[in-house]
Write a protein that binds this ligand. Structure first.
Ligand code: ISL
Ligand code: CA
Length: 560
């Protein structure tokens, strides 16, 4: 494999959430010009690729994941000329741009949907999924991912349309070949601009099961579990193969499919190494390990992840994709809480050391690592946000349905859940410095800042040679320099050790030993480390051998 490593297999991706990265014009919303101003920062970190969350025209019912025109830019973010400029400047600096592709659904303001809903015999009627009521009710029991039913009754034509997310996000009907062709044409518009790839939003949901059967309703729940009922539908692989032929084969691009509900068997097909579908997928199993045991409350929980479960899960993905498909590696993104708060320890005395530890664990695995903006300076969950501060539609829907309507939880419990798992934890503005609004904007920020920006910010990180930032910089450099990080065989050590996550990466001549203390305790562990082993990175300044200090992480390189 060493000889034919693809560029995206040794790349590191930096995810930018444009709304919260840098505001250049003082309206309180991050924008394309702002990203352009910060390219040097991303380059300094050493990332190869920038994934931009959606920047297309959108009424922003779900922060850009409801697109009203795929070939236009959201006015809040700038113009198409700004985009062209950003792409050129990024390329000049050797940075690639990965665009978000949201084609499971459009906005209800998209021209296709406006036409589709206008009458039953409109040309575009069949672009979406319309059904008659059944006994005066929804056509089936599917629930929206964001609480409530997945169907909306449309008075004008007396039918329901399907929306797996919010009402303003009607699902496209991929079974219609005209829909597929329209999507492929739009993708080619962006390929022709010279973008470097696509991150494909909920791509595992595009093919709906034949006959749209009911899903299983969890205890206490009102609606069927759409993920189980809908993910990995019967034609999804055909559609992706068609996309590969009609779009993706036109350039040397990188593709990553967000695949909610994906298991190993399907991932091996989506991300197969023969290149007929996608390069890699985002799987969610390790994101679900701390979920609520009550499926009706699914993601809302604040339990710490069990290390034994985490090891078992990540090891399964490492081992079972090896040689057959390719992993993407991530701890967080714009939909998840902050990595250091969830997997590390965000108490002031442990924040820096534990952020480096969780980074070490991830960056020595096989796959393509993703760094979400702010992760590289150890930004934490936003515990200072109150109910009235939240912007995220998923959080608002949860208060509406789970607290007010079904009363499954009380308001205080919900607030705790949101502080642990809510999406706004990741969406507060980037913390550049300790000036007012953290250097993000001179105006009023669209979402409140995390109040800890006075001490956690880029300026402070760049001034401290022991900062999390420089640690990430080193991790990225090591990956670029050492092929074994891309190609070595993964071997978990001591699966049942609930405190330390240790593994090896075995190459042709060398091996890496990666040791991570996941606790705030001093521990003793004995590993076989030869005397000529080289310590290539550590989050402590000295090595105490068998003694592992709180959250200590270290990696040795030695002969096989
Ligand atoms: O994580 C999930 C399943 O474990 C689900 O929450 C689901 O995969 C996720 O919410 C889908 O996210 C993507 O599509 C949404 C959008 O709101 C998110 O921001 C986006 O990342 C709808 O487009
Ligand atoms: Ca702006």
């Amino acid at each position: 494999m060493t000889n034919n490593i693809k560029w995206w297999q040794k790349a590191v991706v930096y995810q930018v959430y444009p709304r919260s990265f840098q505001d250049a014009n003082g309206d309180g919303i991050g924008d394309l010009k702002g990203i352009e101003q910060r390219l040097d920062y991303i380059q300094k970190l050493g990332a190869d690729v920038i994934w931009l969350n959606p920047i297309y025209a959108s009424p922003d019912k779900d922060n850009g994941y409801d697109i009203s025109d795929y070939e236009d830019i959201n006015q809040k973010f700038g113009t198409m000329a700004d985009f062209d400029d950003l792409l050129e400047k990024a390329h000049d600096k050797g940075l690639k741009i990965l665009m978000d592709l949201v084609v499971n659904h459009t906005s209800d303001q998209h021209q296709w949907f406006i036409e589709s809903r206008s009458s039953k015999d409109n040309d575009k009627r069949d672009f979406y999924i319309w059904r008659d009521p059944v006994d005066g009710h929804e056509p089936n029991n599917w629930g929206s991912f964001f609480s409530g039913p997945a169907w909306k009754f449309d008075e004008a034509t007396g039918q329901y349309y399907l929306h797996l997310f919010v009402e303003g996000q009607p699902d496209l009907n991929w079974a219609n070949p005209e829909v597929r062709q329209a999507v492929f044409d739009m993708m080619n518009f962006w390929v022709d601009k010279g973008i470097d790839g696509f991150r494909m939003d909920v791509i595992s949901l595009i093919s709906k099961p034949d006959g749209l059967p009911d899903g299983e309703v969890p205890n206490n729940g009102e609606y069927g579990n759409s993920d189980k009922a809908v993910a990995n539908g019967p034609h999804v692989h055909d559609y992706l193969q068609e996309m590969r032929q009609k779009v993706l084969n036109r350039a040397d691009m990188m593709t990553v499919g967000e695949a909610s509900g994906v298991d190993i068997t399907n991932a091996v097909r989506y991300a197969n190494t023969d290149g007929s579908e996608l390069n890699m997928v985002f799987q969610f199993e390790h994101m679900g390990l701390d979920n609520n045991p009550n499926p009706a409350l699914s993601k809302w929980y604040d339990k710490k992840v069990s290390l034994v479960d985490l090891k078992e899960n990540l090891s399964k993905w490492q081992n079972e994709l090896a040689g057959k498909a390719w992993n993407s590696l991530y701890w967080d993104n714009h939909d998840q809480p902050r990595a250091v708060s969830r997997y590390g320890d965000d108490r002031p005395e442990y924040r820096v050391v534990s952020a480096k530890m969780v980074a070490t664990l991830l960056h020595f695995l096989q796959g393509t690592p993703y760094v979400y903006q702010g992760e590289e300076i150890g930004m934490t969950n936003a515990y200072n946000l109150k109910r009235e501060d939240f912007d995220d539609v998923e959080i608002k829907q949860a208060f509406k349905y789970l607290v007010e309507k079904t009363k499954l939880v009380d308001e205080n419990t919900m607030l705790n859940y949101v502080h642990a798992k809510g999406r706004d934890n990741a969406r507060t503005p980037m913390q550049w410095d300790d000036s007012e609004n953290a250097g993000f904007t001179t105006g009023t920020p669209w979402l409140k800042l995390n109040s800890n920006y006075d001490s956690i910010n880029v300026q402070e990180a760049l001034a401290d040679k022991n900062s999390i930032f420089y640690y990430y910089q080193k991790l990225i450099r090591l990956r670029h320099d050492m092929p074994i990080i891309t190609t070595g065989i993964y071997e978990l050590l001591d699966a049942q050790d609930a405190e330390v996550y240790a593994y090896r990466r075995v190459g042709e001549k060398d091996q890496l030993l990666v040791i991570n203390n996941f606790t705030d305790q001093k521990l003793t562990r004995e590993y076989h480390v030869p005397s000529d082993a080289k310590l290539i990175i550590s989050n402590y300044s000295d090595d105490q051998g068998e003694t592992l200090r709180p959250y200590e992480a270290k990696v040795y390189l030695f002969k096989k």
